[in-house]
Write a protein that binds this ligand. Structure first.
Ligand SMILES: Nc1ncnc2c1ncn2[C@@H]1O[C@H](COP(=O)(O)OP(=O)(O)OP(=O)(O)O)[C@@H](O)[C@H]1O
Ligand SMILES: Nc1nc2c(ncn2[C@@H]2O[C@H](COP(=O)(O)O)[C@@H](O)[C@H]2O)c(=O)[nH]1
Length: 196
């Protein structure tokens, strides 16, 4: 059976950056594209970072019993939902997958597919450094959302508390100070797993 390698970490811990590098290092690994109702950021493409969708589509998946997991956040700009749908993307008999998600979605995926199918890859960056990176990234946007950055920073402290990490069974942490070293450590972890 295939595995779902699940990248997690607080905002600006480097998930997207590491994800893109890992996909190059493991070209056979498939992506699972999640859905979101949040507005697209500059540089993001539909079907790459997410399927950018709306509340109506979310309701439709829900009605059809195709929601694997969903989470909604009360942001500075209204409610933004993120979800994984059983939309035909996932076939663990034939493929391995690399996904970005949250602790909450990781737990829901473990429940849905079974713990043996999930490999957690938790990325960590010291808060001060992470906030600096978040601010630099936001400054580059034509319409920086600093209030959302702050909300997210505070929300992450609660959502990724030590208690929640323990409850999700996260034991190993990959420090993203030096990007190359972090990617190499994750690649070693993946190679050590029994995947297709
Ligand atoms: N090791 C690193 N050294 C310096 N900058 C880094 C490093 N890793 C990532 N970055 C930068 O930090 C910023 C945040 O990274 P990225 O967007 O990959 O984080 P993320 O975890 O996907 O964030 P979010 O969950 O908010 O989308 C980006 O500008 C990225 O280029
Ligand atoms: N734990 C929390 N996760 C959140 C929150 N707001 C969004 N998110 C999750 O982050 C990722 C990436 O979001 P992005 O908009 O930067 O691409 C996504 O999986 C969301 O579920 C939050 O307040 N707490």
């Amino acid at each position: 059976m295939g595995k779902i390698f699940y990248l997690m970490g607080k905002s600006s811990s480097g998930k997207d950056t590491i994800y893109k590098e890992l996909l190059q290092g493991f070209p056979k690994m498939k992506r699972i594209v999640l859905y979101t109702t949040r507005p697209r950021r500059e540089g993001e493409c539909d079907g790459v970072e997410y399927f950018f969708t709306d509340e109506e589509k979310l309701q439709q998946f829900r009605k059809q019993g195709q929601l694997i997991e969903e989470r909604s956040y009360h942001t500075q700009y209204g409610v933004w939902s993120y979800f994984t749908a059983d939309d035909g993307q996932i076939n663990l008999r034939q493929e391995d997958y690399l996904v970005i998600g949250t602790l909450e979605s990781y737990r829901a995926m473990k429940e849905y597919f079974g713990a043996e199918s999930l490999v957690p890859l938790y990325i960590e960056v010291e808060d001060g450094l992470r906030l600096t990176r978040a601010l630099e990234r936001e400054k580059r946007q034509s319409q920086p959302r600093y209030d959302e950055l702050c909300r997210r920073f505070l929300a992450d402290s609660k959502d990724f508390s030590e208690e929640n990490l323990r409850a999700a069974g996260i034991e190993k942490r990959f420090q993203n100070v030096d990007l190359e070293e972090c990617i190499e450590a994750i690649e070693r972890e993946i190679r050590g797993c029994d995947f297709l």
